[in-house]
Design a protein around this ligand. Sequence first.
Ligand code: ADP
Ligand code: MG
Length: 321
Amino acid sequence: MKKTITVLIVISFLLLCSCQKTAKKTFFALDTVVEIKTYGEIPDGAEEYVKELEKVFSKTDTKSELYLQNEKEESTPSKLLYGLIKRSLDISADTKGAFDITSGALTGLWDEAAEKGALPDAESINACKENCGYEKVRAENGSVYKPKDLKFDLGAVAKGYIAELTVKKLQSLGVSSGFASFGGSIAVIGDKPDGSGYKIGVRSPDGDGVIGYTVIRHGIVSTSGDYERYFEYGGKRYHHIIDTATGMPSQSGVRSCTVISDDGTVSDALSTALFVNPSLLDELYGKYDFEAVLITENKTVITTAKAEFVITAKDYSPADR
Ligand code: ADP
Ligand code: MG
């Protein structure tokens, strides 16, 4: 397994003038490096707040609320966990399972494969597929009902949601400008003090450099890419985003998908969904409030109407749509 997590999005933190002090805090949580940068001081308690959320949503911590809840057929989770499960189930249905939070059995199988550096066999893949499916779960009046062997995996949505909650917390503590980065999801807080927005670059799937950039003033940016976490076997790459229809790493022709939204649940979940099934773009664009930038293996860039993405890489061009 490639352990280093590539930074999929880059964000500029420079001011036109250097008139205001900046602060930075870095720590490890949710299996990624968390970075908070603000203009002015970072208030006390930011890291502790993220660590509290990690206790609820962590996929790997065997004491997390999610982990314990996954063992049960019936449960009444905390409001926070129930809320994210409920919304994620709705998005799973709207994306026809391209994003599916009930894919824990399959993603677990592929996580194990990555650890071992060997492919799972077809029988195991089919057995795990049987234990996935958002339509097998009910979330009603604060309670969740699911088959015992069906496991939630919030890995494709929790970081976007937590990024949103973290900037809201920072704002409530007086921060008016800055950002919080959780690997593939970055949440920005307001304009920079000089009034300019944040320049967000989308990394090239093939190495250093960026494909282009957009400027945002608020919201959460999430990127899913095939070059982020992967292992190699028999000269082929196997990445970490699974198409639950095939049980295999998705092969949709998309190398990376970036989604920008004021809703971190939407940005993170849809970045995964559109990476797996880009043909859902128009339908989802009509239903949710977001902009998207998809980089394809043919070196084309698909953008939604108001994404305002500027392509700077010479070998990439806008897709005909
Ligand atoms: P990352 O969180 O690594 O930046 P994503 O948001 O795309 O990227 O989430 C990928 C993670 O989500 C995987 O590591 C796995 O735990 C889980 N996952 C993989 N495929 C799917 C899928 N089709 N639907 C929902 N979750 C998935
Ligand atoms: Mg995601």
